[in-house]
Design a protein around this ligand. Structure first.
Ligand code: CP
Ligand code: NVA
Length: 305
């Protein structure tokens, strides 16, 4: 049985198998064909943090696959009153077929997965957001002819997942962050090791123009992730000059796309004009959460022992 906690746990071929499954199931869904790939299965969906896309896409996805998503707020579960994760995992996995968790600490996911009898999916942790990157890659395949990616902003869970995706699949990723906001050193080191095998080119810089010049895909994320609200004022100051605006986008390749995992904060990490000029791909990316996650869930189901 496999868990989907980080893309680093999967080979290039496995990631592409999930993407291909997603594409196949998406084209069926577009023809209003909903095959019951996960008939009568229940996905437990545990949230320690807010969500719009993750909750809706998993719940709708399970319904369309012939199963059901069960929303569980961590505050309402006994976890909120101190029941250990390992007990919660054993109980929930004895009654459901798969579990998706959005957690404050990645270690919570690892602990849940260790005691779970069913596959566990990361729906965002402080370290990674792998299901988002599956949707992002699907969107790149649909909208972009090239795979040179520039990420501008905070070295956070989204950046870490870009590092894993690029280093596994072997594409070029340039990351521009302000000093002190670089990606986690261990995750970067792991990506560099993967890149030796895949041929990925990974660069870090503080120069946003250098990162974006000639890029096929430009992307960013909020400067203030969930849980960092107390640092908001300091972060806004430290990220000055890191907004993806029209002038910066002009340096990217002609016809470059812009992606954002959302929610977006206009006037901070992205200008209103760039956001609206690229709304087509941004909202296709959001919709692709639904399709990409179906690929992941059906793959995990096929690969359970
Ligand atoms: N991108 C993303 O995960 O969105 P939500 O926080 O709304 O789920
Ligand atoms: N980095 C953001 C991603 C939100 C989808 C956060 O963790 O809040």
């Amino acid at each position: 049985m496999r868990h989907f906690l980080t893309l680093d746990d999967f080979s290039r071929d496995e990631i592409l198998e999930m993407i291909n499954l997603a594409r196949e199931i998406k084209s069926e869904a577009k023809a209003k064909i909903y095959k019951p790939y996960l008939k009568d299965q229940i996905l437990a969906m545990i949230f320690e943090k807010s969500s719009t896309r993750t909750r809706v896409s998993f719940e709708v996805g399970m319904h369309q696959l012939g199963g059901k998503g069960m929303f569980l707020s961590a505050n309402d579960l006994q976890i909120g009153r101190g029941e250990p994760i390992k007990d919660t995992a054993r109980v929930i996995s004895s009654m459901t077929d798969m579990a998706m968790l959005r957690v404050n600490k990645h270690e919570t996911l690892e602990e849940f997965a260790k005691f779970s009898k069913v596959p566990v999916i990361n729906g965002l942790s402080d370290k990674f957001h792998p299901v988002q990157l599956m949707a992002d890659y699907l969107t790149m395949l649909e909208f972009s002819s090239g795979e040179k990616v520039a990420y501008v902003g905070d070295g956070n869970n989204i950046t870490h997942s870009w590092l894993m995706l690029a280093s596994k699949l072997g594409f070029e990723l340039r990351i521009a962050t302000p000093k002190g906001y670089e990606p986690d050193a261990q995750i970067l080191e792991k990506a560099m090791q993967n890149a030796k095998i895949s041929g990925a080119k990974i660069y870090l810089t503080e120069d946003i123009k250098e990162a974006v010049s000639g890029a096929d895909v430009v992307t960013t994320d909020t400067w203030v992730s969930m849980g960092q609200e107390a640092e908001k004022d300091r972060r806004i100051k430290d990220f000055e000059g890191f907004c993806v605006d029209e002038n910066l986008m002009k340096l990217a390749k002609n016809g470059a796309i812009f992606l954002h995992c959302l929610p977006a904060y206009r006037g901070y990490e992205v200008s209103e004009a760039v956001f609206e000029a690229h709304a087509d791909e941004i909202f296709a990316e959001a919709e692709n959460r639904l399709h990409a996650q179906k690929g992941v869930m059906v793959w995990l189901d096929k690969n359970r022992k």
